[in-house]
Design a protein around this ligand. Sequence first.
Ligand code: PMP
Length: 361
Amino acid sequence: MSRVYNFSAGPSMLPESVLKKASAEMLDYEGSGQSVMEMSHRSKVYDAIIKGAESTLRQVMGIPDNYKVLFLQGGASSQFAAVPMNLMTKSHKADYVLSGQFSTKAYKEGSRYGDCKAVASSKEDNFSHIPSLDQNEFRPDADYFHICLNNTIYGTVWNELPDTGEVPLVADISSCILSRPINVSKFGLLYAGAQKNVAPAGLTIVIVREDLLGEPQEGTPTMFNYKVMAENESMYNTPPCWPIYICKLVLEWIRDEIGGLEKMEERNVRKAQVLYDFLDSSKLFKGCAAPDSRSIMNATFVTGDPDLDAKFVKESTAAGFVNLKGHRSVGGMRASIYNAMPPEGVASLVDFMRKFEAENA
Ligand code: PMP
């Protein structure tokens, strides 16, 4: 067996020990005589899995008791609609910061459900940094204020949260969930697609402050109604059973093998530093994100020559470093170095880049 280093932006690598455990439990989960894929979501044995996933998520992230955790489907993109449907119910206004493609999609989708305002944007600089904010643009009566905390395509991250006063802060944390500690109480709502740091695709996590769970907008489908989902403990219908099980294993890996989110952050910062230090000293490669906005999860870089970029992607793939091609909308390269990417993977990539530089600079 030979496994590649997979730098995909998502779905992405999962910890090898999680894959091994899932594999060992595949045919007979804990003496049940069934795979988790086959069992009823209403069974006692599955109930322990979903409850365990939630309690471990609460423990690892330090989620306060006045927040509900929802295990949903539909991807983060569904939340672009579900958030306004559930939260844009008072002034019908919401403020959005456009820091990349996904926050722009969220803003456009939100605009179908109420008065959304783009209060800042870094589009003119091809989203290479987190936009600077003018608080005079924020609307104090907005139902919420939306940001995308880590911008997967551009490799940027918010290092300081906006001060939105009483207006609930909503964040898409799809590409940084569980990468470092986060103070949940600073947010009204957090949401994430699981397929980068948590589980295989198919699970969407929403963490929402209880007092924000009211009656949604008229016409909201039941499946999008947070209150219904919360009242039914994410079991209004069949939940994404298998991804929730893997989510539980990944959380146990973070807690028991890594040692929690502080340790996870240290490991991720060290990994990212190795790559950024190389980019900063390279004569061939150049990082795309502004240094003060650099993400520790997604690193974007170019050679400056699209043909050389293509050569690099081709040769790196052949050498076992896969999915380094940048997003189709920006080109260049992107190394997504999520939690499950081992430090050796980044070190080996840098060795490969150094060799490529020597041969091509
Ligand atoms: N937000 C962010 C930050 C993302 O990276 C992605 C997917 N790459 C999405 C939203 C969309 O997620 P999904 O495919 O789960 O709808």
